[in-house]
Design a protein around this ligand. Structure first.
Ligand code: COA
Ligand code: MG
Length: 297
């Protein structure tokens, strides 16, 4: 299943939890980290576990949980509290390297055994660029990372604090400043290198629908699949932007057909344009994505 939209829902908000389940988001990320104040941590853990248990049919929408970072003493109690609800996956924030993902994998194995869940069934999405060290350790993912890892996203908010910055925007261009664009690029490359889903960064101006759509289309062009959302208005826009249009699917099919009809050729012409292997690969990606989305109903 391709997850196009991942909607963050504060784990201690009854109202937002209820709203989340009715939302189009392909997955909810029930948050136990930054959206929850420390004095509400216990309540949030209980609410999230009960919610997971009450919503065991995940065929339309997966339910994930963001736990606190592994270097805090909140992470293990977060996990122990929610695993009885069999979340589809865990979102791991503020990682330093692939070692954190592998440590989480071991914790999950132990807790899956305790709960009688299938070993390896709980997946991992990490927020790969929230610490200064994380920008320098992307190679560790290539050296061996748990196959529970199905996606990585990046972040510019915590990273700017970690880098001692006052702001993460470039005042001249109005775009992210250099370190954040580097974080984005490294995240994308690492994801493709280890074959996990590169997930676009959260768009914080949640009233700016047009801006969100533009950014989604740009992310998709760059190679990202799907995006993090923080407001219920965002997932419909994200889903649409990451679903190949009929015109895109038609064109991709024509490219694939063209190569199939000319089996000996590495280069063909279509509509006056030269096409070679990278184009065929892109066309197959579009068709595969469209098919997977169709299968989701
Ligand atoms: N999930 C589910 N429901 C949400 C929601 C979310 N992330 N964000 C807002 N809603 C609900 C609101 O409760 C409200 O429902 P109601 O009218 O029944 O009360 C409705 O959607 C409209 O919300 P709105 O008034 O437009 O926004 P807000 O001012 O209440 O909330 C935020 C704005 C940013 C505080 C809120 O969207 C939010 O909490 N987002 C998630 C933040 C988060 O988890 N951050 C951590 C990850 S970066
Ligand atoms: Mg907190």
């Amino acid at each position: 299943m391709i997850i196009r939209s991942w909607l963050f829902v504060p784990g201690d908000s009854e109202r937002k939890l209820e709203k989340g389940r009715g939302n189009e988001a392909d997955a909810l990320i029930l948050d136990l980290e930054d959206a929850v104040s420390n004095d509400r941590q216990d309540i949030a853990r209980e609410m999230v576990r009960d919610y997971l248990t009450a919503n065991s049919d995940r065929s339309r929408q997966q339910l994930w949980v963001r736990i606190n970072p592994l270097d805090t003493d909140l992470a293990l109690p977060d996990l122990a509290a929610v695993m009885p609800g069999a979340p589809d996956g865990i979102c791991l924030p503020k990682v330093y390297s692939a070692e954190d993902v592998n440590t989480l994998c071991n914790y999950l194995s132990a807790l899956e055994a305790r709960e009688g869940l299938e070993l390896g069934s709980t997946k991992i999405l990490c927020v790969a660029t929230e610490t200064a060290a994380s920008l320098l350790t992307f190679h560790t993912y290539l050296e061996g990372v748990s196959d529970r890892l199905v996606g990585m996203t990046w972040g510019a908010e915590d990273l700017s604090a970690a880098l001692g910055a006052m702001d993460n925007m470039n005042p001249n261009s109005g775009e992210y400043d250099d370190p954040y664009l580097m974080a984005k690029s490294l995240c994308l490359a690492a994801c493709r290198a280890v074959d996990v889903q590169p997930v676009g960064v959260v768009y914080v101006n949640f009233r700016d629908d047009a801006g969100l759509e533009t950014e989604c289309l740009r992310d998709r062009k760059a190679g990202f699949i799907g995006k993090i959302a923080i407001h219920p208005a965002q997932p419909p826009i994200i889903n649409r932007a990451f679903t190949p249009s009929d015109a895109e699917v038609d064109y991709a099919q024509r490219v694939v057909d063209m190569f199939e009809q000319n089996p000996g050729l590495g280069t063909v012409g279509l509509d006056g344009k030269m096409l070679d292997m990278p184009h065929l690969k892109q066309a197959r990606n579009v068709l595969s994505m469209a098919e997977q989305i169709k299968a989701m109903g």
